[in-house]
Design a protein around this ligand. Structure first.
Ligand SMILES: Cc1cc2nc3c(=O)[nH]c(=O)nc-3n(C[C@H](O)[C@H](O)[C@H](O)COP(=O)(O)O)c2cc1C
Length: 173
């Protein structure tokens, strides 16, 4: 698939079949995440691939943002100690970076005929406990992953303003 085809096809997929994602495919998605840039080339980003169904079930219990039954998750999180190398910019860079990594995963998933959905609505404390992530780290975003069910609900229509693009100068909302 060409990149622009993946850009066109990517959408939030929340309904998944029970088919497991093979490990080599999950590793490709982790590779896509690692290909995202990092502010100041600072190695604060951590990527955790979860396909243990028991843990996923527990995470769903603390995540109102998980509506279906993903068969895998990729959690992008930050080593806060390492972000300090970047001073005041460290925190925001880590979050921007996580978004870039997450979108890489979403596009790679589309390319591999998988579905993906960004997820931010979850209990930080609960997810960290379930995944054994200690203090000193902050989760940034999770990707729900799986093979999409055929009868996906329609995508939500973009809200007014979602496509606003300007040329040379901001021309008001
Ligand atoms: C930062 C971020 C957090 C999100 N959190 C959730 C979430 O917790 N649960 C969910 O179902 N969708 C979540 N989404 C998906 C958005 O609802 C979705 O991207 C948006 O409705 C646009 O639809 P589209 O991705 O199909 O274009 C999130 C998206 C982003 C970028």
């Amino acid at each position: 698939m060409e990149l622009f085809e993946a850009l066109r096809k990517r959408r939030a997929v929340r309904d998944f079949t029970e088919q497991a994602i093979p490990d080599d495919i999950l590793m490709k998605l982790a590779y896509a995440a690692r290909r995202a840039p990092t502010g100041g080339n600072t190695p604060y980003r951590r990527i955790l691939v979860v396909n243990d169904r028991k843990r996923i079930r527990l995470i769903k219990q603390v995540s109102p943002g998980i509506l279906g039954q993903p068969t895998a998750l990729i959690v992008i999180f930050t080593d806060l100690e390492v972000t300090r190398e970047l001073g005041k910019l460290g925190n925001v860079c880590a979050t921007i970076d996580a978004g870039a990594a997450a979108e890489n995963v979403a596009l790679a998933a589309t390319d591999l005929h998988l579905g993906a959905c960004f997820t931010k609505s979850y209990s930080e404390t609960g997810v960290k406990e379930i995944l054994n992530i200690p203090d000193g780290y902050r989760t940034e975003v999770m990707l729900q992953l799986g093979y999409p069910r055929k009868d996906q609900p329609r995508s939500m229509r973009p809200r007014e303003g979602a496509d606003a693009t300007y040329h040379n100068r901001f021309a008001g909302s």
